[in-house]
Design a protein around this ligand. Sequence first.
Ligand SMILES: NC(=O)c1ccc[n+]([C@@H]2O[C@H](COP(=O)([O-])OP(=O)(O)OC[C@H]3O[C@@H](n4cnc5c(N)ncnc54)[C@H](OP(=O)(O)O)[C@@H]3O)[C@@H](O)[C@H]2O)c1
Length: 228
Amino acid sequence: MNGSTAIVAGGSGLIGSHCLRNLLADDRYEQVVALVRRPLAVYHPKLKQKTVDFNRLEHVVEFLRADEVFCCLGTTIRIAGSKDEFRKVDFHFPLQLARLASSSNVRQFLMVTSLGADPNSSVFYNRVKGEVEREVAKLPFSAIHFFRPSLLLGNRPEFRLGERIGARLMETVRFLMVGKWRRYRAIRASVVARAMVNAARLDLPGVHYYESNVIESMVKTNGAESSR
Ligand SMILES: NC(=O)c1ccc[n+]([C@@H]2O[C@H](COP(=O)([O-])OP(=O)(O)OC[C@H]3O[C@@H](n4cnc5c(N)ncnc54)[C@H](OP(=O)(O)O)[C@@H]3O)[C@@H](O)[C@H]2O)c1
């Protein structure tokens, strides 16, 4: 299939920037639309940037006509400043994007959530991720892909102490993380982004959930295998 259009939300982030790069380099896509808060210093003939207020996504619905949406939005409670603000970015914005995309006949919705996503979790972060998955999964897309990475590895412009400590710890115990523990291994953001683009290419109908161990294999085999 040639001439697809992809939308990326969160294209300035760690996974999102890799995702954007992969999509721009992929001949399958004729146009890539980045929904951004601030213009990105990325220039490419296929790239169209649309500055949006994510609180008012319905005002840019004409930019949501596409074949696929890649949602890499997210924040942390520390950066957002409160649980409510975190929930806005990790639940309300992706869900509103998915709802508008679904009513614009987008075929596939690909979204990063997290390992441990569970609407019944007692951990606030995991619960929000699980709740957004549950609501997005109800929408009538041809395919929905949820990527549930463990700790992300990659270079960020800002310093995140928790992630640095986590990455060191993971590195120390990596050799112990085999079998069912593989899903807890830290994973490169570039690998998650590559797996998202690979999954879109396969165009498998249905709702799919991928944890880190599966995400790794999707990049090695250039294929997709649902963990559920
Ligand atoms: N960090 C980890 O180890 C980890 C592990 C598992 C899952 N995840 C999940 O993976 C996803 C991607 O993570 P990441 O580390 O790649 O994210 P990131 O680097 O923090 O980037 C987040 C993206 O969301 C956008 N965003 C944040 N707040 C926003 C707001 N109020 N309005 C509009 N856009 C906003 C950012 O845009 P600006 O540049 O404009 O701020 C950026 O493009 C997230 O959902 C995260 O929860 C992360």
